[in-house]
Write a protein that binds this ligand. Structure first.
Ligand code: ZN
Length: 258
């Protein structure tokens, strides 16, 4: 018998589950602050009302629960049959009544939480596949959900900002985003510095080339993470850009992330 890994008692996983739970509670709070009529209002995401955001978060919990079930049973159940089906589901969900939308969020979140709770320790290392086609251990589902609930709570556009997101979540998010840029090579000549920390990300190799200085985007963790996620209007977030010693008048738009 293979060595048993007590992942559910693993402090890193436990901390991850805690951040997912906190993020879900935070999303619930921001959602509950909104009246039914306000659900019709715009979100921070182009073309999406708040209804779309709530529907997406509800269906996302179901999709991630399918991955946890896959890890538990070994029966392949993808997040979504296709991106088209996912998008169609969100459009449909956005037309639900306010009470149905709120129930979708609540019930799907509880269901996912139960799936995680019931996943035996030995199954957390089992591999599943994300909608992007990445093969990941079931532990990754916790982070996938964590970033969704925190970021989309901000997208509800009723007062939450990236400064509400815990620093460890922001740091991992920034690592994810810059990692995705790096994999696509879209970070060429772009360095990201988080002020007040040692965190330097992006095309860090570019610093040593003499031909042209890289563009360095710097600012506090929350501001830089929001910028990297393509979320915040740059002004006011404390994010600045420079090339060598020259401060640029505008912060360039971040490369596409997802
Ligand atoms: Zn999302």
């Amino acid at each position: 018998m293979a060595a048993r890994h007590d992942l559910a008692t693993d402090p890193v996983l436990r901390e991850g589950l805690l951040q997912a739970r906190r993020g879900t509670a935070f999303f619930a709070r921001k959602l509950n602050e909104l009246t039914d009529a306000e659900l019709d209002g715009g979100s921070l995401l182009p073309g999406w009302t708040r209804r779309h955001v709530v529907a997406h978060i509800g269906y996302n919990a179901r999709a991630i629960a399918r991955l946890v079930e896959w890890a538990a049973t070994g029966v392949e159940t993808p997040m979504y049959p296709s991106v088209e089906v996912r998008d169609h589901e969100i459009s449909f969900g956005a037309t639900l009544s306010p009470i149905a939308l709120r129930n979708l969020f609540d019930h799907s979140a509880v269901h996912l939480s139960v799936e995680w709770r019931d996943l035996p320790d030995r199954d957390w290392a089992n591999e599943v596949k994300t909608i992007q086609g990445r093969t990941v251990p079931a532990t990754e589902t916790v982070w996938m959900r964590t970033r969704e609930v925190w970021i989309h709570a901000v997208d509800l556009a009723n007062g939450a900002t990236f400064a509400d997101i815990p620093a460890p979540v922001l740091e991992r998010l920034l690592q994810d985003i810059t990692g995705a840029w790096h994999a696509r090579g879209t970070d060429a000549g772009l360095v990201i510095r988080v002020t007040g920390t040692d965190l330097v990300l992006g095309d860090t190799g570019a610093q040593s080339t003499k031909s042209e200085d890289p563009v360095t985007v710097s600012g506090p963790l929350a501001g830089v993470a929001a910028w990297a996620a393509g979320r915040t209007p740059i002004a006011g977030a404390g994010v600045t850009a420079s090339r060598g010693t020259e401060v640029l008048p505008d912060v360039p738009a971040a490369p596409k992330w997802i």
